[in-house]
Ligand binder design. Structure first.
Ligand code: FAD
Length: 461
C-alpha cells in the first residue's frame, strides 16, 4: 500500500487524517458483541475520504487500485457486526457527502447512497408516498449501508426483508478496477451487491419502490404471558382488515426493565405487543382485540399526552431492544434466529425451562413468502465467550433453531454459514485485487473453508 501516492492522486478530494477522527470513523456498533469487541477493538484505518459525487468515488477507487490501498465504505456506521471496520487499514470511504434525492417517480425514488433513510421518508411523505422498509436506526443510517449491511426492519410484516426482490429496484455500483466501471444492477443481480458488506464495489445510487403514504398509529398491547402475545400477534398479522407496518412481541421482563418511558403502560410480568397500525383500521383492530379478553390495549400514540414526548415504538423494537438492554446492563448481549412458527408455544416453554433468565425473548414478525413468521432477537445474559458459543450450539442442536450469529465479522459466519457463490464470482469481476473491505468474505482467500462450531474466522493483518 502506497498511501502517499494515493493521497497525491486524489488531490482536491476531502481527506481526514486526524487520528481521533479516523479512529471514530473506523468503528461501528461492533461492541454490541463481547466477542467482536475483544477481536476488533484495535482495528483502525489510515485515512477517511469523503467523496462529494460519483466522479470523486471513481477517482478514489482508481487511485486505491493503482496504489494497493484497501477501501472500506462507511455510511452511518450503525452496523452491529463490525461490517464497516477496516480490518486491514487503508481508507475509510465515508458516504456522508453522497446524499440527496435524484429522481421521484410515481412508484419509485432514486437516491444517492449516503442519504440518511429518515430524510428519504420525510421527502416522500411531503409527496404523499412512503418507503417500504427501514431499520430502527433510520435517523442516522444511510440507505447504502442498509442495503449493503442490513437485512430488514420496520415494514417487514408487510414486505418481508431486503432479500425480497420487491424491495429494491436498482443498485448503482462503482467497481474497484484500474478503470472503475459503473454498473446498474437490477433484478436478481442486485443480490450480488446487497448484503455483501461492500466487498464488491461502492454503491452510489439506489432506486427503491414506494407506496402511497399511510397514516400509522403506534400501539402497545399487554397479554398475560409471552405465548399469548405471540398467538395474538399472529392472528393480527393475518387479519386482512388491519394493515400493519410493524409487529413485535416482548417477553417479560424486557419491557419493564428496558422501556423506561413506557413503564407506566406495560405493567410488570406481562407479554407485550408493539405495533404500527393504519389509522383507518383502528376500529377493526380494536374489534379484533374484543376476541382476546385477556389482552389489553394499553397505549395508543394518538391518544397519549403529547407532553410525555414518547419515542416511536419502533425505537423499542429490532436492535433498539438490544441497545436499550445494553444501556441498562452492559453485561447483556443478543442473538438473532429463525423461530419455528409451527412449534412456537412448545419451543418458548422449552427454552424458558432450559435457559431460564439467560435468554429473554423478543420477536419481530416478518412476512416470508406470504406467511407471518417470527424472527427472534433475544437478549442474552453474557458470562463467558465459551458459554455464548455453547448456548448457540445448544439452540441449533437441541431446539432446531437456526441462529444468524451476530458475534461474527464475516459474511459467511454471520449469515447462512456458507459462501454466496454469486457474490464471490461478482467480486472476482469487480474487485480483482481484493481491496474492498478485506477480511469480510472468507471464500475470497479460503475457498474451501467450512464452518466449525464455536470457532470464529478472523483474518490476520
Ligand atoms: P454502515 O454501518 O455504515 O455500513 C454497513 C455495511 O455496509 C458495511 O459493511 C459498509 O462497508 C457497507 N456500506 C455502507 N455504505 C455502502 C455503500 N454506499 N456501498 C457499498 N457498501 C456500503 N439493521 C436492520 O437491518 N434492521 C434494523 O431494524 C436494525 N436496527 C438497528 C438498531 C440499532 C440500535 C443498531 C445499532 C443497529 C441496527 N441495525 C439494523 C443495523 C444497522 O443500523 C442497519 O443495517 C443500517 O441500515 C446500516 O446503515 P449504515 O449507514 O449505518 O451502514
Amino acid at each position: 500500500m502506497n498511501l502517499d501516492a494515493f493521497r497525491a492522486a486524489i488531490d482536491g478530494i476531502e481527506v481526514e487524517d486526524r487520528p481521533h477522527i479516523v479512529r471514530q470513523k473506523s468503528r461501528d456498533f461492533f461492541w454490541y458483541s463481547p466477542i467482536l469487541k475483544r477481536q476488533l477493538d484495535g482495528f483502525v484505518g489510515d485515512l477517511v475520504v469523503s467523496p462529494k459525487d460519483e466522479d470523486e468515488v471513481i477517482r478514489i477507487l482508481a487511485a486505491a487500485y493503482a496504489h494497493d490501498v484497501p477501501v472500506t465504505v462507511r455510511g452511518g456506521g450503525t452496523g452491529n457486526y463490525g461490517q464497516a471496520m477496516p480490518l486491514q487499514g487503508g481508507v475509510v470511504l465515508h458516504t456522508n457527502k453522497l446524499t440527496g434525492i435524484t429522481a421521484l417517480h410515481e412508484d419509485s425514488i432514486c437516491v444517492r447512497a449516503g442519504t440518511v433513510i429518515e430524510h428519504i421518508e420525510h421527502h416522500l411523505r411531503e409527496n404523499g408516498r412512503e418507503i417500504r422498509l427501514f431499520p430502527s436506526t433510520t435517523a442516522s443510517a444511510s440507505i447504502g449501508g442498509f442495503i449493503a449491511g442490513g437485512s430488514s426492519g420496520v415494514g417487514a410484516i408487510r414486505w418481508g426483508g431486503l432479500r425480497n426482490p420487491a424491495n429494491i429496484r436498482r443498485v448503482r455500483l462503482v467497481t474497484m478496477e484500474a478503470a472503475p466501471r459503473i454498473l446498474d444492477l437490477t433484478g436478481d443481480d442486485i443480490h450480488k451487491a446487497a448484503h455483501a458488506y461492500g466487498v464488491n464495489g461502492v454503491m452510489t445510487e439506489i432506486e427503491l419502490p414506494i407506496d402511497p403514504a399511510v397514516d400509522w398509529v403506534d400501539v402497545m398491547i399487554t397479554t398475560p404471558d409471552f405465548i399469548s402475545a405471540n398467538t395474538l400477534a399472529i392472528s393480527l398479522g393475518e387479519d386482512e382488515g388491519v394493515l400493519l407496518r410493524m409487529l413485535s412481541t416482548f417477553a417479560a421482563p424486557i419491557p419493564e426493565l428496558f422501556f423506561q418511558r413506557f413503564r407506566p403502560f406495560v405493567g410488570v410480568g406481562r407479554g407485550v405487543i408493539a405495533a404500527m397500525v393504519r389509522r383507518d383500521d383502528l376500529p377493526a383492530f380494536e374489534s379484533h382485540l374484543q376476541n382476546w379478553p385477556t389482552a389489553e390495549l394499553v397505549y395508543r400514540a394518538d391518544l397519549a399526552d403529547p407532553a410525555l414526548r414518547l419515542p416511536a415504538v419502533f425505537e423499542m423494537a429490532w436492535n433498539h431492544t438490544t441497545l436499550r438492554a445494553i444501556k441498562t446492563d452492559p453485561s447483556l448481549t443478543y442473538l438473532q434466529m429463525m423461530f419455528p412458527r409451527d412449534a412456537m408455544a412448545q419451543t418458548i416453554t422449552a427454552l424458558d425451562q432450559h435457559f431460564g433468565d439467560e435468554i429473554m425473548l423478543h420477536f419481530e414478525y416478518t412476512r416470508f413468502s406470504g406467511v407471518v413468521s417470527p424472527v427472534a432477537m433475544p437478549i442474552v445474559r453474557f458470562t463467558t465467550e465459551e458459554r455464548l458459543e455453547a448456548l448457540i450450539a445448544e439452540l441449533e442442536r437441541d431446539f432446531g433453531i437456526t441462529v444468524f450469529n451476530p458475534h461474527r465479522v464475516t459474511l459467511e459466519e454471520g449469515g447462512m454459514k456458507r459462501t454466496d457463490i454469486s457474490q464471490l464470482e461478482f467480486k472476482r469481476q469487480t474487485d480483482p485485487k481484493g481491496l474492498m473491505n478485506p477480511g469480510k468474505m472468507i471464500a475470497w482467500t479460503h475457498p474451501d473453508w467450512q464452518p466449525e462450531a464455536g470457532k470464529s474466522f478472523l483474518f490476520q493483518e
